[in-house]
Design a protein around this ligand. Sequence first.
Ligand code: HEC
Ligand code: HEC
Ligand code: HEC
Ligand code: HEC
Ligand code: HEC
Length: 458
Amino acid sequence: MPTGQKVRLIRSPISVLGMVLTTVSATVFLVVFLADLFGLHTNPYLGILFFLILPTIFVAGLVLIPLGAWVERRRLARGEAPSAMHWPRIDLNEPLQRRRAVLVFTLTMANIVIVSLASYKGIEYMDSVEFCGQVCHSVMAPEYIAYQSGPHARVSCVQCHIGSGASWFAKSKLSGTRQLLAVSFHTYSRPIPSPVQNLRPARDTCEQCHWPGKFHGDTIRRIHEFAEDEKNTESVTTLQVHVGGGTDRPGGVQGIHWHVDPANEIEYISTDDRRQVIPWVRMKDRFGTVREFVAEGVTAEQLAKGERRRMDCMDCHNRPSHPMAATPERAVNQMMGQGEIPKTLPFVRREAVRLLKANYPSQEAAAEGISRGFREFFRTTYPEVYMSRRQDVERAVSGVAHIYRQNVFPEMNVQFGTYPNNVGHMDFPGCFRCHDDSHKSKDGKTIGQECDSCHSME
Ligand code: HEC
Ligand code: HEC
Ligand code: HEC
Ligand code: HEC
Ligand code: HEC
């Protein structure tokens, strides 16, 4: 076929539409891509539009061009006249055309404004904490409720879970689609598994607000504990935790935040899917010293199957935004320490823990059971306390019901201690996953367990 005719073929209406689509989408895509490259991030959901929909339109346009040519060729083969695709002749000197042009232009502008406002609003909503936390209500309830009382209640879900950038964006969209299907078909796991695969590295999330160079020095933690006796006897432990930090200090980051000094590199292999068993650790420090610590009895085969990861903030702070109590005892101690549950009510500590440990089919049933249980206990065992201190009893009831609401979600199979917290070592292995004196290096060193290296205690 002569070239002239080929050109004719792709001048059919379908091919022209294809060309318009490819050209427009390619131009918009390039502009947005450059803006993104130069750090002009807008909003991750806007990315859906640009990085998923635009390429789709582009490809659709590409497909339309040969399709149009093919349709045109069939037309010619059938002996019909070539389709008469002419470029419109525009002459703004003609009043009718001028009026039409103005009308079309105004309507187009108005449409663009309406559509962008609408999609902006929609996107803003999808980005909001309400969308993430409430749309799939019972699924995300444990995380959403913990989040609201955590230190990051003003940080939106997407700032930690998605962040900006195209590739993470696409990853999170893919898993988002999977989640949506899981929710629609009720096939999601209860509880939702943690760690979250494909969570962005801390460098792109946490370190946008906190950085390892910040010097924290020592942090004081006061831990209140109460006994199960009538007086709820109180004991207090004061820990001075050597958090450290500060990259600009001579000798680099000191103390616990030594692990996240950018000059040091700690890698580990975990052999379970919750990252609780860590039989292999490799460190390279700022002086170039490299050491591999291996736990006794682990085989090369087990290690080969494990997940290898560079340690970052989330390997210790894995619950920065979703703090949940490890045990009922701990939650009650904390509330009593803060005075939210009156510590002068007889046996209140013992009763609170007993009521929290009972089995309830739902949160509503628990609230009722706790309230009834407390009132009954005081009415029958301490009638004079029940009469004279009704308000305190009510505070104890609401304090304990609150603990239950924050930590136990029967629908999601979430309980006290479902999600391990890696800061510490009392309730979960935490620091002692590595600091157990039994991970040994070839030169006979271990990852130490001296109490004072991490905290001093009173
Ligand atoms: C300060 C950062 C941060 C914010 C803000 C945040 N999360 Fe998380 N989220 C995390 C981390 C870290 C994990 C645990 C990841 C891991 O262990 O790999 C997590 C885990 C989860 C999980 C998995 C189940 C679990 O409990 O481990 C869900 C679901 C979740 N978050 C939902 C949300 C929702 C919904 C919001 C907003 C209401 C939110 N997150 C806000 C950091 C955050
Ligand atoms: C958008 C900013 C922002 C991001 C992102 C962020 N944080 Fe925070 N974080 C804060 C602020 C603000 C506070 C202080 C809250 C307060 O004092 O009540 C805080 C407090 C903390 C604390 C101290 C909590 C306490 O109980 O005193 C830890 C630990 C922490 N963040 C870890 C993390 C980790 C780990 C991540 C990443 C998963 C992260 N943060 C992501 C802003 C952020
Ligand atoms: C080896 C474990 C570990 C790693 C890794 C780690 N932290 Fe910490 N961090 C701690 C401990 C322990 C504390 C003090 C106790 C606590 O917060 O409960 C702490 C305290 C903090 C605090 C609160 C400081 C204060 O004065 O109360 C912030 C904020 C924080 N870390 C942020 C981060 C960030 C951001 C990263 C990653 C760059 C990080 N941490 C990495 C263990 C770690
Ligand atoms: C993935 C393994 C791993 C985990 C988990 C871990 N550490 Fe470490 N930690 C190490 C290694 C390796 C060293 C370096 C040991 C050496 O120097 O021989 C180290 C060193 C330290 C040091 C000494 C730092 C210095 O200034 O030299 C402190 C303090 C410390 N860790 C505290 C903690 C605390 C607190 C936790 C829990 C919140 C924790 N670590 C969790 C691997 C780990
Ligand atoms: C690798 C660092 C590390 C070592 C070694 C270590 N601890 Fe801790 N310990 C921690 C951290 C981190 C916490 C949690 C601090 C917090 O809650 O902020 C903690 C918490 C505690 C608590 C308070 C527990 C609670 O009820 O909350 C006690 C008690 C304690 N440690 C005792 C010890 C003793 C005794 C030793 C020595 C055998 C020791 N620790 C060794 C890091 C360490």
